[in-house]
Design a protein around this ligand. Structure first.
Ligand code: 2PG
Ligand code: MG
Length: 419
């Protein structure tokens, strides 16, 4: 089957900001669409998201955040090279690299390359008569990932109502994904009503979590643990934190706004060790800034064996940075975000390399998402083992949860138990 037409256009993400969509038409007449997400707490080493910036049309309508140039790059530079091409995701990703060999797709934009790369993967699955998940794993039970779900948001996602970005929960003792999700919804509901009864005005943050204010990370952890306990889920649901510390690291110091305290790297290693030794935390993400490699290694050497130490801004789904992290024992797990990388095949390669080196892998959405659900299929098809999508509110989040529920209901599956 061949590619007949490729058309990119601008659509909106969950923050109401423009993003790139691509619709591909195949020679059988079928049409396939992919939309790309966008981060807010982005790492410095991510692939380049091309936005138009100030001037003319862009500034008038979207304050410089439009993606008309990325759209034009797909329609004018990429599309002519793909028309008539057979469906081969690796070969087409190779063409995208030839079109723009700069690191991070600086010239044509990673939003242009990823939208194209994703739509080719979706169309290829269709051409082989399979779902996207089954395209990657044609036979055998599919592995439904353990979810890591946002309950409280702070940092860049909730007007810094909390220094850290997320307090999440992991329903590690659930027997199925459906059961896991029902526990999470109950915890979030309880947290929302408890927040109100404490007189706290709560806001729904960028990822659908609650933007409650807390004086400290400890208070936020205790609040979520109280909800877990009241539901009789103690010992069955653990905490996960995304510290997103690059956001409050400057001039070699970690500076917390809520407490007004400032820490050197060494002091912050101890601060994070205290936190993980005090609460039932299964996973901690970005406890240190994206280039503070020494702090990561020092922490990993001293942290409890069972703790998952997860690199997001540290690795930015980049093979070279992952290789350094493996060599320096900086972490034990990697967050996988396709738009940090820019291509589906090379994102998959990063995930495989991590697993081959005994790193756990967590496929993740961005804070700016669309209703597209390819993330769920990739997490399953690539046997990631874990997934992070934000909270349970917002259709851009439920699109992924519902796709996981659908696959669990319809296909032969097993539920991942990484903890
Ligand atoms: C993160 C993500 C998702 P963003 O830091 O892990 O929670 O946020 O997409 O803003 O980078
Ligand atoms: Mg993160």
């Amino acid at each position: 089957m061949n590619i007949k037409k490729v058309l990119a256009y601008q659509v909106l993400d969950s923050r109401g900001r423009p993003t790139v969509a691509v619709t591909l038409t195949l020679s059988d007449g079928s049409m396939h669409t992919a939309r790309v997400p966008s981060g807010a707490s982005t790492g410095a080493h991510e692939a380049h998201e091309l936005r138009d910036g100030g001037g003319g049309k862009a500034e008038n309508f979207y304050g410089g955040k439009s993606v008309f140039s990325a759209v034009a790059n797909v329609n004018e530079i990429i599309a002519p090279k793909l028309i008539g091409h057979s469906l081969n995701p690796a070969a087409i990703d190779g063409i995208l690299v030839e079109v723009d060999p700069t690191p991070g797709h600086q010239r044509i934009g990673a939003n242009a390359t990823l939208a194209t790369s994703l739509v080719v993967a979706k169309a290829s699955a269709h051409a082989s008569g399979k779902s996207l998940a089954r395209f990657y794993q044609p036979t055998g039970p599919l592995l439904i990932p353990m979810p890591m779900v946002n309950i409280l948001s702070g940092g860049a996602h909730a007007n810094r109502s909390l220094d850290i970005q997320d307090v999440l929960v992991i329903p590690h003792a659930a027997q199925s994904f459906a059961e896991a999700l029902s526990w999470i919804v109950a915890i979030r509901e309880r947290a929302a009503s408890d927040g109100k009864s404490h007189g706290v005005t709560h806001l729904v943050a960028d990822e659908g979590g609650l933007g409650l204010s807390f004086a400290s990370t400890d208070d936020a952890c205790e609040f979520v643990l109280a909800q877990i306990e009241l539901l009789g889920l103690s010992g069955k649901v653990s905490l996960a934190l995304d510290i997103a510390s690059t956001q409050f690291f400057a001039a070699n110091k970690y500076s917390l706004t809520t407490s007004g305290k400032t820490f050197s790297s060494e002091e912050f290693v101890n601060e994070m060790l205290n936190l993980v030794n005090t609460y039932p935390i299964s996973s901690i993400e970005d406890p240190f800034a994206e280039d503070d490699w020494a702090a990561w290694s020092a922490f990993t050497a001293q942290a409890p064996d069972k703790l998952q130490i997860l690199g997001d801004d540290l690795f930015t789904t980049n093979l070279h940075r992952l290789e350094r992290g493996i060599a320096e024992k900086s972490a034990t797990a990697i967050l996988i975000k396709a738009n940090q990388n820019g291509l589906v095949t090379s994102t998959h390669r990063v995930l495989d390399h991590a697993q081959a080196n005994n790193f756990a892998t967590v496929v993740s959405a961005r804070s700016g998402e669309t209703e597209d659900s390819w993330l769920a299929d990739l997490a399953i098809g690539w046997r990631a083992g874990q997934i992070k999508v934000g909270s349970t509110h917002g259709s851009e989040r439920t699109a992924k949860w519902n796709r996981l529920l659908e696959i669990e209901a319809l296909d032969e599956t097993e539920f991942s138990k990484p903890f």
